[in-house]
Write a protein that binds this ligand. Sequence first.
Ligand SMILES: [Zn+2]
Length: 235
Amino acid sequence: MSELETLFRIQELDIRIHASSESEENHPLKAVLERLEEEKQTNREELEKLGNSLDEAKAKQSKQESETQRMDEKLRKEEEKLYGGTVGNPKELRGLQAEVRAIKKQKDALETEILEGMERLDETTAVANDLEAKVEDLQAEIDGKRNTLNEELAEIRHELERLGEEKQGLRSEVSEDLIELYDELIKSKHSLAVVRVVEGVCTGCRVELPGMEYDRFLKSDGVFRCSNCRRILIK
Ligand SMILES: [Zn+2]
Protein backbone atom coordinates (compact mmCIF):
# COMPACT_ATOMS: atom_id res chain seq x y z
CA MET A 1 0.00 0.00 0.00
CA SER A 2 1.37 3.43 -0.93
CA GLU A 3 1.70 6.02 1.80
CA LEU A 4 -1.33 7.91 0.45
CA GLU A 5 -3.45 4.75 0.28
CA THR A 6 -2.40 4.04 3.88
CA LEU A 7 -3.53 7.54 4.78
CA PHE A 8 -6.86 6.91 3.05
CA ARG A 9 -7.28 3.70 5.05
CA ILE A 10 -6.47 5.59 8.26
CA GLN A 11 -9.23 8.03 7.36
CA GLU A 12 -11.67 5.15 6.81
CA LEU A 13 -10.77 3.85 10.24
CA ASP A 14 -11.24 7.29 11.77
CA ILE A 15 -14.70 7.49 10.23
CA ARG A 16 -15.64 4.09 11.64
CA ILE A 17 -14.17 4.96 15.03
CA HIS A 18 -16.23 8.14 15.07
CA ALA A 19 -19.41 6.23 14.14
CA SER A 20 -18.79 3.57 16.79
CA SER A 21 -18.13 6.20 19.46
CA GLU A 22 -21.39 7.89 18.50
CA SER A 23 -23.32 4.65 18.79
CA GLU A 24 -21.72 4.00 22.16
CA GLU A 25 -22.60 7.49 23.38
CA ASN A 26 -26.12 7.63 21.95
CA HIS A 27 -27.17 4.00 22.19
CA PRO A 28 -30.99 4.01 21.84
CA LEU A 29 -31.36 1.64 24.80
CA LYS A 30 -29.96 4.34 27.09
CA ALA A 31 -32.99 6.57 26.45
CA VAL A 32 -35.35 3.58 26.77
CA LEU A 33 -33.83 2.69 30.14
CA GLU A 34 -34.07 6.26 31.35
CA ARG A 35 -37.77 6.32 30.49
CA LEU A 36 -38.38 2.97 32.23
CA GLU A 37 -36.51 4.12 35.35
CA GLU A 38 -38.63 7.27 35.47
CA GLU A 39 -41.81 5.22 35.10
CA LYS A 40 -40.68 2.88 37.87
CA GLN A 41 -39.87 5.83 40.12
CA THR A 42 -43.31 7.39 39.54
CA ASN A 43 -45.02 4.08 40.36
CA ARG A 44 -42.89 3.63 43.45
CA GLU A 45 -43.80 7.07 44.75
CA GLU A 46 -47.47 6.33 44.10
CA LEU A 47 -47.09 3.02 45.92
CA GLU A 48 -45.52 4.76 48.89
CA LYS A 49 -48.44 7.21 49.08
CA LEU A 50 -50.89 4.31 48.95
CA GLY A 51 -48.96 2.53 51.70
CA ASN A 52 -49.22 5.61 53.89
CA SER A 53 -52.95 5.98 53.36
CA LEU A 54 -53.42 2.25 54.02
CA ASP A 55 -51.58 2.63 57.33
CA GLU A 56 -53.78 5.60 58.25
CA ALA A 57 -56.95 3.74 57.31
CA LYS A 58 -55.93 0.69 59.36
CA ALA A 59 -55.16 2.86 62.39
CA LYS A 60 -58.55 4.54 62.04
CA GLN A 61 -60.24 1.18 61.75
CA SER A 62 -58.70 -0.25 64.89
CA LYS A 63 -59.63 2.95 66.76
CA GLN A 64 -63.24 2.56 65.58
CA GLU A 65 -63.26 -1.08 66.63
CA SER A 66 -62.15 -0.18 70.17
CA GLU A 67 -64.85 2.46 70.16
CA THR A 68 -67.55 -0.15 69.36
CA GLN A 69 -66.21 -2.33 72.18
CA ARG A 70 -66.48 0.62 74.53
CA MET A 71 -70.07 1.15 73.35
CA ASP A 72 -70.91 -2.53 73.91
CA GLU A 73 -69.62 -2.25 77.44
CA LYS A 74 -71.67 0.87 78.09
CA LEU A 75 -74.73 -0.74 76.53
CA ARG A 76 -74.32 -3.82 78.71
CA LYS A 77 -74.21 -1.67 81.86
CA GLU A 78 -77.24 0.43 80.90
CA GLU A 79 -79.27 -2.67 80.00
CA GLU A 80 -78.28 -4.26 83.30
CA LYS A 81 -79.69 -1.24 85.08
CA LEU A 82 -82.77 -1.24 82.87
CA TYR A 83 -83.65 -4.93 83.28
CA GLY A 84 -81.95 -5.64 86.59
CA GLY A 85 -84.99 -4.57 88.62
CA THR A 86 -82.99 -2.16 90.74
CA VAL A 87 -84.57 0.91 89.11
CA GLY A 88 -88.29 1.27 89.75
CA ASN A 89 -88.85 4.92 89.01
CA PRO A 90 -90.71 5.08 85.61
CA LYS A 91 -89.12 8.40 84.71
CA GLU A 92 -85.66 7.01 85.38
CA LEU A 93 -86.56 3.86 83.41
CA ARG A 94 -87.68 5.93 80.43
CA GLY A 95 -84.43 7.83 80.67
CA LEU A 96 -82.47 4.56 80.61
CA GLN A 97 -84.50 3.28 77.62
CA ALA A 98 -83.74 6.48 75.73
CA GLU A 99 -80.05 6.16 76.61
CA VAL A 100 -79.95 2.52 75.38
CA ARG A 101 -81.62 3.50 72.08
CA ALA A 102 -79.18 6.36 71.60
CA ILE A 103 -76.16 4.10 72.18
CA LYS A 104 -77.50 1.47 69.77
CA LYS A 105 -78.06 4.10 67.11
CA GLN A 106 -74.52 5.43 67.55
CA LYS A 107 -73.12 1.92 67.39
CA ASP A 108 -75.04 1.13 64.18
CA ALA A 109 -73.70 4.27 62.55
CA LEU A 110 -70.16 3.43 63.62
CA GLU A 111 -70.46 -0.16 62.35
CA THR A 112 -71.69 1.10 58.98
CA GLU A 113 -68.70 3.42 58.88
CA ILE A 114 -66.35 0.52 59.73
CA LEU A 115 -67.82 -1.61 56.92
CA GLU A 116 -67.45 1.19 54.41
CA GLY A 117 -63.90 1.74 55.61
CA MET A 118 -63.12 -1.96 55.11
CA GLU A 119 -64.43 -1.83 51.56
CA ARG A 120 -62.22 1.15 50.79
CA LEU A 121 -59.29 -0.62 52.43
CA ASP A 122 -59.82 -3.67 50.18
CA GLU A 123 -60.00 -1.48 47.09
CA THR A 124 -56.85 0.42 48.01
CA THR A 125 -55.03 -2.83 48.83
CA ALA A 126 -55.95 -4.21 45.39
CA VAL A 127 -54.65 -1.05 43.69
CA ALA A 128 -51.44 -1.23 45.74
CA ASN A 129 -50.94 -4.89 44.81
CA ASP A 130 -51.39 -4.11 41.10
CA LEU A 131 -48.93 -1.27 41.39
CA GLU A 132 -46.41 -3.46 43.18
CA ALA A 133 -46.67 -6.07 40.42
CA LYS A 134 -46.18 -3.32 37.85
CA VAL A 135 -43.03 -2.08 39.61
CA GLU A 136 -41.69 -5.65 39.64
CA ASP A 137 -42.44 -6.06 35.92
CA LEU A 138 -40.70 -2.77 35.18
CA GLN A 139 -37.68 -3.85 37.20
CA ALA A 140 -37.48 -7.12 35.25
CA GLU A 141 -37.75 -5.20 31.97
CA ILE A 142 -35.05 -2.78 33.13
CA ASP A 143 -32.72 -5.63 34.13
CA GLY A 144 -33.18 -7.37 30.78
CA LYS A 145 -32.61 -4.21 28.76
CA ARG A 146 -29.62 -3.21 30.87
CA ASN A 147 -28.00 -6.59 30.21
CA THR A 148 -28.56 -6.20 26.48
CA LEU A 149 -27.16 -2.68 26.58
CA ASN A 150 -24.08 -3.77 28.50
CA GLU A 151 -23.44 -6.60 26.06
CA GLU A 152 -23.82 -4.30 23.07
CA LEU A 153 -21.63 -1.61 24.63
CA ALA A 154 -18.94 -4.19 25.36
CA GLU A 155 -19.06 -5.25 21.70
CA ILE A 156 -18.75 -1.65 20.53
CA ARG A 157 -15.83 -1.01 22.90
CA HIS A 158 -14.13 -4.14 21.68
CA GLU A 159 -14.58 -2.97 18.09
CA LEU A 160 -13.24 0.48 19.00
CA GLU A 161 -10.20 -1.10 20.54
CA ARG A 162 -9.57 -3.20 17.44
CA LEU A 163 -10.01 -0.21 15.10
CA GLY A 164 -7.76 1.93 17.31
CA GLU A 165 -4.99 -0.65 17.23
CA GLU A 166 -5.18 -1.00 13.46
CA LYS A 167 -5.12 2.77 13.08
CA GLN A 168 -2.10 3.20 15.35
CA GLY A 169 -0.25 0.53 13.38
CA LEU A 170 -0.96 2.29 10.09
CA ARG A 171 -0.09 5.74 11.43
CA SER A 172 3.38 4.52 12.31
CA GLU A 173 3.85 3.60 8.64
CA VAL A 174 3.23 7.17 7.42
CA SER A 175 5.86 9.92 7.58
CA GLU A 176 5.54 12.38 10.43
CA ASP A 177 5.01 15.42 8.15
CA LEU A 178 2.20 13.74 6.28
CA ILE A 179 0.49 12.58 9.49
CA GLU A 180 0.73 16.13 10.80
CA LEU A 181 -0.87 17.49 7.62
CA TYR A 182 -3.55 14.80 7.79
CA ASP A 183 -4.44 15.61 11.43
CA GLU A 184 -4.62 19.31 10.63
CA LEU A 185 -6.91 18.72 7.62
CA ILE A 186 -9.13 16.30 9.59
CA LYS A 187 -9.73 19.11 12.09
CA SER A 188 -10.34 21.86 9.56
CA LYS A 189 -12.03 19.92 6.75
CA HIS A 190 -14.94 18.21 8.49
CA SER A 191 -13.06 14.95 9.09
CA LEU A 192 -12.24 14.52 5.41
CA ALA A 193 -8.55 15.03 4.62
CA VAL A 194 -7.83 12.58 1.80
CA VAL A 195 -10.20 12.40 -1.18
CA ARG A 196 -10.26 10.65 -4.51
CA VAL A 197 -10.35 12.45 -7.83
CA VAL A 198 -13.05 10.95 -10.01
CA GLU A 199 -13.15 11.97 -13.70
CA GLY A 200 -11.14 15.11 -12.93
CA VAL A 201 -13.41 16.19 -10.05
CA CYS A 202 -12.25 16.52 -6.42
CA THR A 203 -14.73 14.44 -4.39
CA GLY A 204 -13.99 16.61 -1.34
CA CYS A 205 -15.34 19.90 -2.73
CA ARG A 206 -16.96 18.68 -5.99
CA VAL A 207 -14.91 21.18 -8.01
CA GLU A 208 -13.35 20.10 -11.28
CA LEU A 209 -9.58 20.39 -11.39
CA PRO A 210 -8.42 22.84 -14.09
CA GLY A 211 -6.91 20.97 -17.06
CA MET A 212 -3.27 21.78 -16.33
CA GLU A 213 -3.65 20.96 -12.67
CA TYR A 214 -5.35 17.68 -13.51
CA ASP A 215 -2.48 16.76 -15.85
CA ARG A 216 0.07 17.52 -13.16
CA PHE A 217 -1.96 15.48 -10.67
CA LEU A 218 -2.06 12.45 -12.99
CA LYS A 219 1.72 12.60 -13.39
CA SER A 220 2.52 13.21 -9.71
CA ASP A 221 3.26 10.37 -7.35
CA GLY A 222 3.67 12.48 -4.19
CA VAL A 223 1.34 14.59 -2.08
CA PHE A 224 -0.95 16.61 -4.33
CA ARG A 225 -3.54 18.97 -2.88
CA CYS A 226 -6.75 20.33 -4.36
CA SER A 227 -6.23 24.00 -5.28
CA ASN A 228 -9.80 24.72 -4.19
CA CYS A 229 -10.30 22.88 -0.87
CA ARG A 230 -6.67 22.07 -0.04
CA ARG A 231 -7.44 18.42 0.69
CA ILE A 232 -4.94 15.71 -0.24
CA LEU A 233 -5.93 14.10 -3.52
CA ILE A 234 -5.51 10.46 -4.46
CA LYS A 235 -6.15 8.63 -7.69
ZN1 LIG B 1 -11.26 19.95 -3.45
